[in-house]
Design a protein around this ligand. Structure first.
Ligand SMILES: Cc1cc2nc3c(=O)[nH]c(=O)nc-3n(C[C@H](O)[C@H](O)[C@H](O)COP(=O)(O)O)c2cc1C
Ligand SMILES: C=C(O[C@@H]1CC(C(=O)O)=C[C@@H](OP(=O)(O)O)[C@H]1O)C(=O)O
Length: 391
């Protein structure tokens, strides 16, 4: 399975093409739209989310709510495009009128300056249109397809907020990676606990105060996945390690600065005897572990225990009290440009991180099992699980 996306933030459409999804997977527009809505609902976002009502259209690869095994093409319309169609026009030369919203004062922390230098763009709008996290709409759409595929083999993936600035989510006490019972409790609540964290008054307060101060704030998100077969990914080559693929996918999301598995950076202060997940066996479960400090991975392969990935999202670069920058046309000091902006993206980021983990897990499943037909894939997974139980 692989995918690509195209689309500028204020262009007409966001597009994704996914290859390698098996034939016969049940896929409805609603499966994807519900995930897109979760990404949009987040508290702390700017006015753009009131304009957009993201809904997917299947352009190819799906017939009568079943995948065909051919490339799946999806698009989401940018409703805001109608306010930008002159500025974003593809087929008219640049004029004084349609370059009115030229960006020449790069925002520290965004891709503006480096992107402009690299691609020799003198209007930094040419950079921000694609570096914008608007594109993550399509990653969530692709992730929704991945989640549908994973659900057919009992794999559940879920992301939630751990903290926004100093305010911790009410879910944070349930995220002790070492306590499997606590983890299972969270996973049981997956569908309903989704993003309730944002209802947390302390978080709202942090977001409101940050906004009032013309500032922005970041935080941490966590993604957990349960029901995984043992042995997805491989230790044999560095580029086949599934934890490494997930790390890359997570840090590839706009504004993500770090990722850890299980105990992650805390393991630096632990001794081996307190860290390794001891091995047990029972007739009904086969091999299992007494703890999950290592977050579900050994040797770049799934151990069968829940995957626990935590990641850091930096504060949004665009500040309503802008920081020092330099005008690229005059080289004079100037405050950075203000584009309409979010105060925090942490809640949406949890949904996006969940999508990226789902995509990497789906790819790993399709690398290991039949990728032509969903029933055959399921049969192979079931046969493999039976074999593993008797190892
Ligand atoms: C969901 C989401 C929404 C975002 N919204 C904004 C925004 O409104 N304004 C902004 O300056 N950056 C925003 N960002 C962050 C920028 O897209 C990101 O910082 C930029 O592309 C530079 O990439 P980097 O932070 O990964 O280095 C958002 C990120 C995410 C994940
Ligand atoms: C459009 C989305 O996020 C955008 C991400 C973003 C950025 O710089 O990353 C900047 C803002 O763009 P705009 O100026 O159009 O409001 C956000 O709204 C979205 O997530 O759907």
């Amino acid at each position: 399975m692989r995918y690509t996306t195209a689309g500028e933030s204020h262009g007409p459409e966001e597009i994704a093409i996914i290859e390698g999804i098996p034939a016969g997977l049940t896929l409805r527009q609603a499966d994807i739209d519900s995930e897109l809505a979760r990404r949009q609902k987040a508290y702390g976002r700017g006015a753009r989310q009131q304009i957009e009502h993201d809904q997917v259209t299947f352009l190819a690869g799906v017939r009568h709510q079943k995948t065909l095994g051919s490339p799946i093409a999806l698009n989401v319309h940018n409703r805001d495009h109608q306010n930008w169609h002159t500025i974003m026009a593809a087929n008219t030369p640049a004029t004084a009128e349609n370059t009115l919203r030229k960006v020449i004062r790069p925002r520290p922390g965004h891709a503006d300056l480096v992107g402009g230098i690299k691609y020799r763009h003198r209007d930094l709008r040419n950079v921000l249109e694609r570096s914008s996290a608007r594109e993550t709409t399509m990653r969530v759409a692709v992730g929704a397809v991945a989640k549908r595929l994973l659900a057919t083999i009992g794999v559940d993936v879920h992301g939630f907020v751990v903290n926004i600035g100093p305010a911790k989510s009410d879910l944070s006490q349930l995220t002790q990676y070492a306590d499997l019972d606590a983890l299972r409790q969270v996973t049981e609540h997956f569908p309903t606990r989704a993003l309730d964290a944002v209802a947390d008054a302390a978080m709202r307060q942090v977001i409101d105060e940050t906004k009032q101060a013309g500032n922005t704030v970041g935080g941490q998100v966590q993604v957990m996945a349960t029901g995984l077969p043992v042995g997805l990914g491989s230790y044999v080559s560095a580029d086949e390690k599934l934890d490494a693929k997930i790390a890359r996918a997570i840090v590839g999301i706009n504004a993500f600065k770090g990722v850890q598995f299980g105990g992650g950076f805390d393991t630096a202060e632990k001794y081996g005897a307190d860290l390794m997940d001891e091995i047990y066996w029972s007739a009904e479960r086969g091999f299992y572990r007494g703890s999950n400090h290592l977050g579900g991975f050994e040797g770049g392969m799934t151990t069968g225990e829940p995957i626990v990935v935590r990641a850091v999202v930096k504060p949004i670069p665009t500040l309503y009290r802008p920081m020092q920058s330099v005008d690229i046309t005059t080289h004079q000091d100037h405050r950075a440009a203000i584009e309409r902006s979010d105060t925090t993206a942490v809640v949406a980021a949890a949904v996006i991180a969940e999508a990226m983990v789902a995509i990497e897990l789906a790819k790993a499943v399709l690398d290991k099992f039949d990728a032509d037909n969903i029933d055959r894939m399921q049969e192979q997974v079931a046969a493999y699980r039976a074999e593993v139980r008797h190892f």
